[in-house]
Design a protein around this ligand. Structure first.
Ligand code: ACO
Length: 319
């Protein structure tokens, strides 16, 4: 028995912030941001919250799958920007969508969050514990962003994506996750309640070059590793859905794998880096734009704070 994605959905805030607007806030330019990152605009919450976007994305994914909230047995929400510390975002989503019978918990794995939720869901389904699982990535990164730091504020955006997994026949693949906690300082955020000292703003801090080097080395490695583990060839993969952090990182990964960049779809120009939401938002867009076809084999790869990285493979079953 394996977990197959049978529905997807996403929700992003109404408010668009383009690079021109950002260049009025910090010393940067549209040209610099496009050239170094590929990002053109991002969505920023106003009325929306991590919970409201997650609930909307979840409702869309359930409608897409033709599954009622009462049928959901487990909700896993990946987030680093929950509305509150307690209760967890998954419980709040349960309340919003009426998934009364679901168990709920959150995963904090930053930009590997959705991939981690996917792998947990797959493991539960393979073990026969649950048959219908809702996984969500939802982030309000604008709350954790230092809007005076041009090294980070140009990168991030808000949004949510969701997928419904159901048990069924099909090939099951083993996923891989890695972490190197000794490199955690490269990308950190203490949060406003937990400032280390008066010099700590509480916002996200990042050594951009360090994260860049880490990503372009580790992502190709873990892609080879997951292919080998599952006895797949790189040519078996139709699309590589990689965490949407930076166009140059993704192009560099494609180059290192000796693959055409067209196999690495991107939407970061529209939404920036939405951390755990980036992969499910992209999956849903690809599905609705008719890019993903039933029978496609897709490789998901994530990397980010921790530092953590990983990859997984799935066969697309939606028409
Ligand atoms: N606008 C204009 N100039 C800038 C900006 C900006 N927004 N930011 C930095 N610069 C300047 C720097 O000060 C530097 O100037 P100097 O040469 O006079 O010192 C110059 O541009 C080059 O700076 P670099 O940091 O070397 O620029 P780089 O090409 O590395 O791009 C970036 C920076 C975009 C942050 C890049 O390093 C990157 O994308 N890193 C990965 C970040 C990432 O993906 N993080 C998310 C991980 S996922 C997660 O867990 C959330």
């Amino acid at each position: 028995m394996t977990g197959r994605i049978c529905g997807t959905g996403f929700c992003v805030p109404e408010r668009v912030m383009d690079n021109k607007e950002l260049s009025g806030m910090v010393d940067t330019s549209d040209e610099w941001i496009r050239e170094r990152t590929g990002i053109e605009r991002r969505r920023i919450i106003t009325e929306e919250t991590t919970v409201s976007m997650a609930a909307k994305a979840a409702e869309r994914a359930l409608a897409d799958a033709g599954i009622s909230p009462e049928q959901v047995e487990l909700i896993i929400t990946a987030t680093i920007s929950s509305n509150v510390i307690l209760p967890c975002t998954a419980c709040e989503v349960q309340k919003e969508i009426g998934a009364a019978w679901a168990a709920c918990f959150d995963v904090n794995a930053a930009c590997c969050g959705f991939l981690t939720a996917f792998q947990i869901a797959q493991t539960y389904i393979a073990a026969g514990v649950y048959r219908t699982i809702l996984i969500i990535g939802s982030e309000s990164l604008s709350k954790l962003t230092d809007w005076t730091d041009r090294g980070t504020c140009i990168l991030f955006g808000d949004g949510a994506g969701a997928a419904v997994l159901t048990a069924g026949e099909g090939r099951s693949f083993r996923g891989i996750l890695h972490s190197d906690g000794s490199k955690g300082a490269a990308l950190s955020c203490s949060g406003s309640h937990w400032k280390a000292d008066e010099n700590d703003s509480g916002f996200m801090k990042m050594d951009g070059r360090e994260v860049f080097k880490f990503a372009v080395k580790r992502v190709p490695e873990v892609i080879h590793e997951v292919l080998k583990l599952n006895d797949c060839s790189i040519d078996d993969i139709d699309y590589f859905v990689v965490h949407q952090a930076n166009r140059r990182i993704i192009e560099s990964v494609a180059k290192r794998l000796d693959l055409d960049a067209e196999k690495f779809p991107m939407n970061l120009q529209e939404y920036g880096n939405t951390s755990s939401a980036s992969i499910p938002i992209l999956l849903d867009e690809l599905r609705r734009n008719g890019v993903l076809k039933k029978g496609n084999r897709i490789l998901l790869a994530g990397f980010g704070a921790g530092l953590s990285w990983g990859a997984g493979i799935l066969d697309w079953i939606i028409e």
